[in-house]
Design a protein around this ligand. Structure first.
Ligand SMILES: NC(=O)c1ccc[n+]([C@@H]2O[C@H](COP(=O)([O-])OP(=O)(O)OC[C@H]3O[C@@H](n4cnc5c(N)ncnc54)[C@H](OP(=O)(O)O)[C@@H]3O)[C@@H](O)[C@H]2O)c1
Length: 326
């Protein structure tokens, strides 16, 4: 099979090589119990920030070189130890090995792909939407009728979080940095949009404030996130695309009974198959209800993987970036 490996840690431009490799088997894979799992003929591969970091050796998962990156795929089942039939359309989280024509994933991390979604959308669901559900509902205790402020709202986690929040019955305010990203946030379903280069905190307060801030960006906007919250508000920390890790003056947390909550989906999900199944079922309902429709901002062929990573690295990505094998 054709695959893309990371062969050196020199960043998106030089790190990737296209190679021929033997097909994977159910005997081995990043998250596999030998003999149990699903072998997938891959049609589409989700590309995300962690793969950019992996080309520099800066992500917490640091496999030995060379390795095939790629945490999620969509395609058809070639072989399954249980639960799935050959030919069935699926989406799956494999953690590594996704940048390839075939990939293996555990049964509990493989889900039927709804006919409502194409393969590229299927490759956009697991990482971002499971993270959004975990961050908003499990960690952030979001309830219907509340208002959610989403930073990086045109990005992968951002667009997913807008749609999951809407599915839960919340109102959403998106924070974005450009006109193009504003369009994407609105396409995702944002009720209101404010600009990160303007006085977004006051704009949010004028809109009635937020009950929950979902923050995949970090950096210097953190204090204004706290200030934009209503009483008993929550800031859910998801990531740091802005580059720097904010610090909180904890006296601020007393002013309006504020919680700052961490959401590390991988840490939770990788050790908890039952939770993964519950989230998959909740998201299947949101797909059926028309709330979850991943926005694929860019599609590349597999041999353009470096271009895909550079788009994310340069802050140019919107929605999900996807590689296609065909
Ligand atoms: N905690 C978890 O479980 C978990 C799970 C999945 C992902 N993540 C993390 O969540 C973060 C977001 O992932 P994503 O896939 O949504 O990324 P993405 O699609 O690239 O979106 C990130 C957004 O961050 C904003 N941003 C602000 N400053 C930036 C900068 N200097 N460089 C790049 N982007 C910048 C951009 O929006 P504007 O230009 O509009 O500001 C961009 O749309 C990543 O750090 C990822 O590792 C965490």
């Amino acid at each position: 099979m054709r695959a893309i490996q990371i062969t050196e840690l020199s960043g998106p431009d030089g790190a990737l090589s296209e190679v021929e490799l033997p097909d994977p088997t159910l005997e081995a894979g990043a998250l596999m119990t030998p003999g149990e799992g699903v072998l997938i003929d891959v049609e589409a591969i989700g590309v995300s920030f962690p793969e950019v970091l992996q080309t520099r050796g800066e992500y917490q998962v640091k496999p030995e070189l060379p390795f095939v990156p790629g945490s999620e795929v969509a395609g058809t089942v070639a072989q399954a130890s249980s639960g799935f039939e050959p030919g069935q359309r699926v989406m799956a989280f494999c953690m590594l090995g996704g940048f390839a024509e075939k990939a293996v994933a555990p049964v509990h991390f493989t889900f039927p792909l709804s006919d409502e979604l194409d393969f590229a959308q299927g490759a956009s669901v697991i990482l971002n939407y499971h993270t959004a559900w975990f961050s908003l509902v499990t960690r952030g205790k979001l309830e219907a009728g509340e208002t959610v402020l989403v930073h990086g709202a045109a990005g992968g986690v951002g667009t997913a979080s807008i749609q999951v929040a809407k599915g839960v019955g919340a109102r959403t305010i998106a924070v974005v940095s450009s006109d193009e990203k504003e369009k994407v946030a609105r396409e995702a379903g944002a009720d209101e949009v404010v600009r990160s280069d303007g006085d977004w905190k006051d704009a949010v307060l004028e809109l009635g404030g937020a009950d929950l801030v979902l923050d995949p960006v970090g950096g210097d906007r953190f204090t204004d996130s706290l200030r934009s919250l209503n009483r008993a508000g929550r800031v859910v920390v998801v990531g740091f695309t802005g580059g720097s890790i904010p610090e909180v003056k904890v006296n601020r947390l007393l002013l309006k009974n504020t919680s700052v909550v961490g959401a590390g989906w991988g840490e939770w999900a990788l050790s908890n198959p039952g939770y993964v199944a519950e989230t998959g079922a909740a998201l299947a309902e949101l797909i059926d209800g028309g709330f979850v429709r991943p926005i694929v901002g860019a599609r590349f062929s597999m041999d353009q993987a470096a271009e895909a990573l550079k788009l994310i690295d340069g802050r140019g990505a919107t929605g999900k970036v996807v590689l296609e094998t065909a």
